[in-house]
Ligand binder design. Sequence first.
Ligand SMILES: C[S@@+](CC[C@H](N)C(=O)[O-])C[C@H]1O[C@@H](n2cnc3c(N)ncnc32)[C@H](O)[C@@H]1O
Length: 186
Amino acid sequence: MAQDVLPVLSEGWDQRMPLSFWSAGCSSGEEPYSMAIMWAEFQRRQGLSGQAAVAATDIDRACLEKARLGVYEWSCLDEMPRDLVDRHFSKEGGKYAVSPEIRKLVRFQRAELLEPSPFRQVDLIFCRNVLIYFNRASQETVFRHFRQSLKPGGFLVLGKVETMTGQAKESFVSFDAKERIYRRSR
Ligand SMILES: C[S@@+](CC[C@H](N)C(=O)[O-])C[C@H]1O[C@@H](n2cnc3c(N)ncnc32)[C@H](O)[C@@H]1O
């Protein structure tokens, strides 16, 4: 995302319009907060003034409650570079709380992926390790919803063992086959 996707998204970007990201099937929040941190780091390095907003959805209310808290054990963070932990978390009673600056970039809400998506004109969707549990017909439904949600040329990132199936292949082109990154065709 930081090396290949964000540079494309920020090229020719009208910074008055916030970039729109969606973590679909966000579980307990690690993914959308990581997206927000990657964005904040990219913005800082590139000296960009424009904003990004991360919508984070899941079907499971208990997961969303934990995600909104934004407090994690060290075991969730131990693969994150130390400087990022120091910049974006504070220690609270032996746990690590996401900083207010990162929190304010992320909005959680309940959404069922098999129902029409509440989002339009999205620049980047992460849907990792979710569709692997769906049958083929349901996967195709979700890909259709993602197509409707994305801008033309918008990015879709799947999990490492997930692939695009059926008719969806006509709506998306592969951007990075190894990393399972696709773009909505025009
Ligand atoms: C294995 S977790 C993946 C979390 C995160 N994307 C990651 O890779 O770390 C799968 C998540 O998908 C959610 N999920 C499953 N079916 C769903 C559906 N039909 N609509 C929305 N979310 C769903 C589950 O509640 C769960 O939190």
